[in-house]
Design a protein around this ligand. Structure first.
Ligand SMILES: [Zn+2]
Length: 542
């Protein structure tokens, strides 16, 4: 198996998975194909742009049996591109039992020529007691180990990629155990057990927690599939947490109830009060709402299903574009802005990404400015990482005096600002550099040590003006923490030059235990410039 990661943003990635029937570009959505009664033809699905589908090996076996082995699944469906097959686990979940063993269905998947086969596991049912879930997870792990042994025997050339499902549902402790154990087994692809119930209840927050739990424990180079999460509201959040594959039966299930999937919501056909569905897909271009309403049910279902697929396809394209541009975070903020339930996904993502920082690419090579637009922006991985490094890893230079400059009056990158340049030059000429630690107080990001001021995003960021109060508070909070650290490292004196006298906040800052505290005010660059010779003299005297 080869899974090549081409681009990353947050924990999301664009990749290529090689299968024997062609390459799947990720993030990818697999439309679910009903092998008995398919509403939208595979030809139409291909025309929309999908390169891969998923169907059910259990149903194929029940209805067509050995015939599929003879003609191959690709011929039967008339689809020569990649096919994934599920194994009947869904039927197990729905009806409590299936009349096939895990070995039989695995062998069948190999024999019919599936490109990606899912093993028959025990899906976790919601609301089951913990001890039962744990027993079922142990059974899934036992089946997973057995499946890999059997697959090596039945498919020695490893033509079929095998999916190892992680079960445990919302029992996060068990889910975490399950991910760790199955992650050791070397499956080609991992899948997260179906959160369909959560999706129906719009509990995006729990889905995000499940993904974070699993992703932190699986081998980072393997693709991850999230079962049953085919809605544009959840797709970009799941991708941002590192999910690569999705499947969707939603396109047809929604169409059956006259529900229309849009990029940011779902609406019922009869709720649309204008002539046209606000969409530009071929179906919506051709038919008015009235025409759709007056059609017979089967034809309407087919057309709405096609529309739904177009919307899903477009959403995947948007996500890919955002990863390439490095603006996935901005997109998520935008998406969360209009819906409280989606907002909860963003909040859970914030927490989840913290746990995944080690797999999120370091942005230090980036040139695009980071836009700080809201309080959410402060939780971007770039900023979280900067704060962690500053407070926990950064080793400040030795010295006894901290000099804090007002960031509002300086140009970025600070290292090239003429006043900063002149100050450093003067300190160096007077042999004072070893005494002083120069810190620029950025009004949003807080303390920026001169030495690291060129690192991304410390000089490559934009913030709104006038600066909102919450951003200022964040920066003071950080400045205070950093000054406490410097005090602990043996700095004794501090000189702070502020643009305005922030009174109470400054007093709080100073209440840290420095022996000598000097506070100066500079309202403009000229005033700051005029202060420098005095500052140099004072430092010389200490
Ligand atoms: Zn449409």
């Amino acid at each position: 198996m080869s899974f090549e990661i081409l681009d990353k943003d947050l924990a999301g990635r664009i990749g290529k998975l090689r299968t024997r029937s062609g390459i799947i570009e990720t993030p990818a959505l697999f439309p679910v194909i009903n092998p008995i009664k398919q509403v939208v033809t595979l030809n139409e699905i291909s025309n929309i742009g999908f390169n891969q589908v998923i169907t059910n090996a259990y149903l194929l076996r029940r209805h067509y049996g050995d015939l599929v082995k003879e003609v191959s699944i690709h011929k039967l469906l008339n689809w020569d591109k990649p096919i994934m097959t599920d194994s009947g686990a869904y039927q197990l979940l729905m009806y409590g039992k299936v009349d096939v063993s895990p070995e039989e269905i695995l062998k069948y998947e190999i024999e019919i020529g599936t490109d990606i086969g899912v093993i028959l596991d025990i899906p976790t049912q919601w609301g089951r007691p913990r001890n039962i879930v744990l027993l079922e997870v142990e059974e899934t792990l036992r089946r997973a180990r057995a499946a890999l042994v059997k697959a090596r025997m039945w498919d020695p050339d490893h033509k079929m990629l095998i999916v190892g499902p992680v079960q445990g549902g919302d029992k996060l402790g068990i889910l975490s155990y399950s991910a760790e154990k199955i992650g050791e087994l070397g499956f080609d692809i991992y899948a997260i057990g179906s959160p369909t119930t959560l999706l129906e209840e719009y509990d995006f927050s729990m889905i995000m927690r499940m993904i974070a739990t699993v992703k932190a424990r699986l081998p980072p180079g393997k693709p991850v599939h999230l079962f049953g999460a085919g809605h544009p509201l959840i797709l970009p959040f799941a991708v941002a947490m590192g999910v690569d594959f999705f499947d969707s039966a939603s396109y047809v299930l929604y169409a059956r109830d006259d529900r229309i999937i849009l990029r940011d919501r779902t609406v019922r056909l009869n709720e649309i009060k204008v002539d046209r569905i606000p969409c530009n897909c071929p179906v919506c271009r051709k038919y008015s709402v009235k025409e759709l309403m007056s059609m017979n049910k089967a034809e309407r279902e087919r057309l709405l299903a096609i529309h739904n697929l177009y919307v899903l396809w477009e959403e995947i394209q948007e996500i890919k574009a955002r990863i390439k541009e490095g603006t996935l975070w901005e997109y998520l903020e935008e998406k969360a802005g209009g819906d409280a339930r989606v907002k909860s996904a963003l909040l859970a993502l914030r927490k989840g990404l913290r746990a995944l920082l080690k797999v999120i690419p370091d942005e230090s090579g980036r040139v695009r400015a980071l836009h700080i637009t809201s309080v959410e922006s402060l939780y971007r991985p770039e900023i979280v990482r900067h704060v962690e490094r500053l407070l926990n890893n950064y080793e400040p230079p030795q010295g006894c005096i901290v000099l804090v400059l007002p960031g509002e009056l300086l140009d970025r990158p600070y290292i090239r600002d003429s006043i900063v340049y002149w100050l450093i030059d003067q300190l160096s000429t007077n042999n004072l550099l070893s005494k002083v630690h120069v810190v620029i107080n950025n009004p949003v990001l807080g303390p920026i040590p001169y030495e690291i001021s060129e690192i991304y995003p410390l000089s490559q960021h934009e913030y709104p003006e006038p600066i909102p109060g919450y951003l200022r508070l964040f920066s003071y909070h950080l400045l205070r923490k950093y000054l406490v650290k410097l005090r602990e490292r043996g700095f004794t004196d501090i000189m702070v030059i502020m643009k305005e006298n922030y009174g109470k906040i400054i007093n709080e800052l100073m209440n840290i235990g420095f022996k000598e505290v000097t506070i100066l005010e500079a309202k403009s660059r000229q005033e700051l410039y005029a202060l420098i010779p005095w500052v140099i003299r004072e430092i010389g005297n200490i």
